[in-house]
Design a protein around this ligand. Structure first.
Ligand SMILES: NC(=O)c1ccc[n+]([C@@H]2O[C@H](COP(=O)([O-])OP(=O)(O)OC[C@H]3O[C@@H](n4cnc5c(N)ncnc54)[C@H](OP(=O)(O)O)[C@@H]3O)[C@@H](O)[C@H]2O)c1
Length: 316
C-alpha cells in the first residue's frame, strides 16, 4: 500500500483529497500546524488505519525529514492568500518551503511529488502572490524535475473560502463592489473534479508535467456574482468601483488580521484566470471537468437562505 505525505491536507482541497485517496486504498499522513483544531476534521475522512495526522512546522527540518522516511509520494497543498506575521510570507510559503520539499523528494527518492500552484501566475507580474508561486515552481523543477505541477483556477465547494465567503457578503451587504467592472474571467473548477485529477496523476504515475486545471465554463466575476445571488434568492446592486477608491479600501482592509481584500489581490484580479495555451489542461489528458458552477452552488447555497432547504420552491 503506497504512503502519501500531504502538506496542507487540512484545507478545502486536502480534506476532499484525503477522502478520495483513502477510498482508493492509499494510506495518508496529513501534516498540520494544529492537530487540536484540525485533527477531528481529517480523522473522519477515511476508515481507521488509513489516516495519520502529524503536527509539524514548515521550519522544522529535522521533523520534516522524519516524515519523509516512510513516504512514497509527497503532495504539497500549502498556500496563503495574504501574508501574515511570524515568517508567513509568500516567499517562505510558496517558494522556500516547496523547494525544501523538492530537495527531500530527491534525497529520499520519492516516486512522485505533486505540487499545487495556481493558474495565471505567468501573466500577473504585479502580484507578489503570483510571483512567489512562479518562483516556487521554478525552484522545484530545478531540484526535482520529475515534479507534477497542477495549476488550478478558482476551486469551489461547500467548504471553500470563495463561494461561501461571497454568499455571506452578498446576503449581508445591500450593494456589492465590482472591481474592473466585474469583467475578469475565471474558469472555476469543482473541488472533486480537481481531486480526480490529483488521483489520476498518482494512479497513472504522471511525472514532469505542468497541468492547468479548469472547469467546463468561462465566467466573468459579475456572472459569478449573479449566479450566487440567484441561488440565495437575493437582489443586490452591483456597482463598478473606481480603482483608486478600491486601492484605498484594500490598503485599509489589509491592516485587519483576515482581510477581505488586499492590494495584492486587487492587482491579481486584473488578470483573467483562464488557460494560457502553453500547457496541457485536464481536458487534454482526458479528464474533462464536468461540474457546472450554477448547478453545484445550488446544492449548498440554501445555507444562506432564510428557512434553509425548506426555502426551495419544491417544498412550498
Ligand atoms: N482554493 C482555490 O481556489 C485555489 C486556487 C488556485 C490554487 N490553489 C492552491 O491550492 C492549494 C490548496 O488550496 P486550499 O483551497 O485547499 O487552501 P486552504 O483551504 O486555505 O488550506 C491551506 C492549507 O495550508 C496550510 N497552511 C497555511 N498556512 C500555513 C503555514 N504558514 N504553515 C504551514 N501550513 C500552512 C493549512 O494547514 P494547517 O492550518 O492545518 O496547518 C491548510 O491545510 C494552495 O497552495 C492554494 O494556493 C487554491
Amino acid at each position: 500500500m503506497k504512503k502519501i505525505l500531504i502538506w496542507g491536507g487540512t484545507g478545502q482541497i486536502g480534506t476532499h483529497l484525503v477522502r478520495k485517496l483513502t477510498q482508493n486504498n492509499y494510506t495518508v499522513t496529513v501534516v498540520t500546524r494544529n492537530i487540536h483544531q484540525k485533527g477531528h476534521i481529517i480523522k473522519t475522512q477515511g476508515n481507521a488505519g488509513y489516516i495519520e495526522i502529524k503536527e509539524c512546522s514548515i521550519y522544522d527540518e529535522p521533523k520534516i525529514r522524519k516524515l519523509f522516511e516512510s513516504a512514497d509520494i509527497c503532495i504539497n497543498l500549502i498556500g496563503i492568500l495574504f501574508e501574515k506575521k511570524n515568517g508567513n510570507t509568500f516567499k517562505n510559503i510558496h517558494s522556500v518551503f516547496p523547494s525544501l520539499l523538492a530537495k527531500l523528494c530527491k534525497e529520499y527518492k520519492l516516486k512522485q511529488f505533486i505540487h499545487i500552484s495556481a493558474l495565471g501566475i505567468n501573466e500577473a507580474l504585479d502580484s507578489n502572490y503570483a510571483q512567489s508561486k512562479l518562483d516556487g515552481e521554478q525552484n522545484i523543477l530545478k531540484i526535482f524535475p520529475r515534479t507534477t505541477i497542477l495549476r488550478p483556477s478558482i476551486v469551489y465547494s461547500s467548504s471553500d473560502n470563495f463561494s461561501c465567503n461571497l454568499m455571506t457578503l452578498l446576503s449581508r451587504l445591500p450593494i456589492f463592489p465590482l472591481y474592473y467592472h466585474g469583467k475578469t474571467k475565471f474558469t472555476p473548477i469543482h473541488c472533486t473534479d480537481l481531486t480526480d485529477i490529483i488521483s489520476f496523476v498518482i494512479s497513472n504515475k504522471v511525472n514532469s508535467s505542468v497541468i492547468e486545471c479548469i472547469g467546463p465554463e468561462v465566467l466573468s466575476f459579475k456572472e459569478i456574482l449573479i449566479i450566487l445571488l440567484n441561488s440565495i434568492n437575493k437582489k443586490r446592486l452591483l456597482i463598478p468601483f473606481p480603482l483608486p477608491l478600491a486601492k484605498i479600501t484594500a490598503n485599509f482592509f489589509q491592516l485587519l488580521p483576515n482581510p477581505l481584500l488586499t492590494v495584492d489581490q486587487l492587482n491579481l484580479l486584473k488578470y483573467d484566470n483562464v488557460v494560457s495555451g502553453k500547457y496541457k489542461t485536464n481536458f487534454d489528458i482526458g479528464l474533462p471537468a464536468k461540474k457546472i458552477f450554477s448547478k453545484e452552488i445550488k446544492k449548498y447555497s440554501y445555507m444562506w437562505t432564510e428557512g434553509g432547504e425548506y426555502s426551495r420552491k419544491k417544498n412550498v
